[in-house]
Design a protein around this ligand. Structure first.
Ligand code: ADP
Ligand code: ZN
Length: 608
């Protein structure tokens, strides 16, 4: 494709079939097209790829994209080729013959974009090839991998500093969805850039509805209720901490009539690939996975991401939940959480063999996650603040806390009971034992420590265990009680509780929601705009089969042909000519030529 020297907006419209840039996208693209650098921190689905793809097309020469994920590279290249762009990969998945063919295209200036694995880009063979051809730009995907403090540090990324030094005049753009402010600093530093080059934007994912529910004794049952009531026929991802839980949860969902595939590092590479491919290609599948799953999952219509265990950090949570709703349609991020999960994570960090500084950073990150789980304020606000994007003007109205009717009760006396019980038992015990003492339970532990004799024994017999646990949780959220970080989960008093104990400060608690009675937990998460029934539904289904057929012929995922959004636009506008078809979202010149007739025919058969 030769669009060199065309203007970026023209390329956006004719090649990609989109009307306009997203906020900051145009600015970043103009900057890189001008030969300047940029680091772009933009969430998954925000449109980072266009930030380097368009400048690479517009500038003379080949764009080098350094990317750590082989599967991601291939998907991107498939999608680009669909648009008529000359893209290729150079990585270990190629045969010697294929590699030579790509190298020849590279040398002859016949590529617009070349995706390369990081370990390969630094080999002298590749550096020489770059020196002998014209390079439009260098793009570094997943740029956070350059930071040791991040969760996916890759040593080979450190060498990318040298790449910058070897090609100081080639504009370089680093992109990532996940970098807190300290990580952003490291990226800038390693790639020899300044704060001037940094763009943090678009973290808000307004179509994702966030919910955190207290984890009960049988979390799988909670998950099932959630999936049944809101996502009966949808694609979704369920994250669990261990392989064992992945297996048992997948089996549990299968037993209840869902198609659920396990995915974890204990499965063979072939099995993992098979499950990933099925997830990408078949509608309505659920993948139950450890965090091993998902990097580079580009599927636009994942309708929910559920966490049965807490993730390690808020960044990880954001990235994992960000795999939902990339097409912009309403989607759910749902998590079941209990305090002891955080305590367990703390233990894991504490006992890890990593150095002190790393562990400290991990504790700090876990605290941010803990704050998110426990907050009674807008969850979206907590997330955006964490990333350093502070311009949410008001509460979001699309998270559980925003939607829950604020229903509080005066809990000063209850708070005093808990606080003094923690004090009387020496600030050495966890929530469960403190609750037992309050309720006057006759347990071995109570007797062992003689706690039947403390003055707070039994003063809380009037409330259930559950009620006390909720009160303790909320005191922790308010910062009046702290959970010991050394790992045993013992509760300690914070200075700030003194005023309450002395009776100088009132405390309000929220009523916790009753166990779900099958009622949908969110009213606003009415799903996508897919027509429910009738002729429109039939047309949509017909278009979808047309897409499946075209995708199968080429062995690519269906959304590479057209996204749902484009199919829905066909249903809505019913184009009857090529020029009308070309107006649809996601239709550029090449796709019009390749697929226009096939889809127009389907539409015609409905209109006649
Ligand atoms: P990221 O790399 O940030 O995860 P992508 O670049 O893959 O996100 O973009 C996500 C989706 O949004 C893709 O389907 C992409 O084509 C689409 N997209 C990106 N920019 C625009 C735009 N300006 N207008 C419409 N769609 C866009
Ligand atoms: Zn909110």
């Amino acid at each position: 494709m030769d669009v060199t020297s065309a203007n970026p907006r023209h390329v956006l419209q004719t090649v990609f079939g989109y009307d306009s840039f997203r906020p900051h996208q145009g600015e970043i693209i103009d900057r890189v097209t001008d030969g300047r650098n940029a680091i772009v921190i933009m969430p998954t689905g925000g449109g980072k790829s266009l930030c380097y793809q368009i400048p690479a097309l517009v500038r003379p020469g080949v764009g080098i994209i350094v990317s750590p994920l082989i599967s991601l590279m291939q998907d991107q290249v498939d999608a680009l080729q669909q648009l008529g762009i000359r893209a290729a990969v150079l990585n270990s998945s190629l045969s010697a013959g294929e590699r030579r063919a790509v190298e020849a295209q590279f040398a002859h200036g016949e590529l617009d974009l070349c995706y390369v694995a990081p370990e390969r880009v630094m080999r002298s063979r590749f550096i020489e090839a770059m020196q002998q051809t014209r390079v439009a730009l260098i793009a570094i995907d997943e740029a956070h991998c350059i930071s040791q403090w991040g969760h996916d540090f890759r040593p080979e990324y450190l060498q990318l500093s040298q790449l910058r030094e070897t090609f100081p005049h080639v504009p370089t753009i680093g992109v990532t969805a996940t970098a807190d402010p300290p990580t952003q600093e490291v990226i800038l530093d390693r790639l020899h850039m300044t704060g001037d080059d940094l763009f943090v934007t678009g973290f808000d994912r307004p179509n994702i509805h966030y919910t955190v529910v207290p984890k009960k004794r049988n979390p799988k049952q909670q998950l099932l209720r959630f999936v049944k009531s809101e996502h009966r026929h949808d694609s979704g991802i369920v994250y669990c901490l261990s392989r064992k839980r992945v297996e048992s949860t997948a089996a549990f969902l299968e037993k209840h009539g869902f198609e659920a595939l396990p995915y974890h590092a204990g499965l063979s590479a072939a099995k993992r690939e098979e499950h990933q491919n099925r997830f990408l290609r078949e509608p309505g599948l659920i993948v139950v996975a450890t965090v091993a799953f998902g990097m580079g999952i580009d599927k636009p219509d994942v309708r929910f991401v559920a966490h049965l265990d807490v993730p390690k950090t808020l960044e990880a949570y954001y990235q994992e939940t960000g795999r939902a709703g990339r097409d912009g349609h309403p989607s759910n991020a749902w998590m079941a959480y209990r305090l002891s999960d955080i305590v367990r994570m703390r233990k894991m960090i504490q006992s890890s063999t990593e150095n002190e500084e790393y562990r400290w950073a991990q504790h700090h990150k876990l605290n941010a996650l803990f704050g998110y789980c426990e907050t009674t304020d807008c969850r979206r606000r907590v997330i955006l603040n964490y990333f350093g994007e502070n311009d949410l003007p008001k509460n979001c109205g699309n998270c559980d806390n925003c939607l829950r009717t604020v229903d509080t009760w005066g809990g000063t006396v209850a708070a005093q009971k808990v606080l003094s019980c923690i004090a009387r038992t020496g600030q050495r015990f966890g929530a469960s034992h403190v609750t037992d003492v309050l309720r006057g339970a006759d347990t071995e532990k109570v007797r062992k420590f003689g706690h039947q004799n403390v003055s707070t024994y039994g003063i809380g017999a009037d409330r259930s265990k559950r009620a006390w646990r909720s009160i303790i949780r909320q005191l922790v959220a308010k910062g009046m009680v702290q959970v010991d970080v050394t790992g045993y989960g013992s509760l300690k008093l914070d200075e700030s509780c003194r005023a309450v104990l002395r009776g100088n400060q009132e405390v309000e608690f929220r009523h916790e929601p009753e166990p779900a009675s099958g009622r949908s937990s969110s009213r606003t998460s009415k799903r996508s705009d897919v027509p429910e029934e009738g002729e429109e539904r039939e047309l949509f289904e017909a278009l979808r089969s047309c897409r499946t057929r075209l995708a199968k012929d080429q062995d690519v995922p269906p959304y590479v042909v057209f996204g749902d959004k484009t199919l829905l636009a066909m249903v809505e506008y019913r184009p009857s000519s090529s020029s009308e078809f070309r107006q649809l979202h996601g239709v550029g010149d090449v796709k019009l030529e390749r697929y226009g007739d096939a889809f127009l025919e389907v539409i015609r058969s409905f209109d006649s």
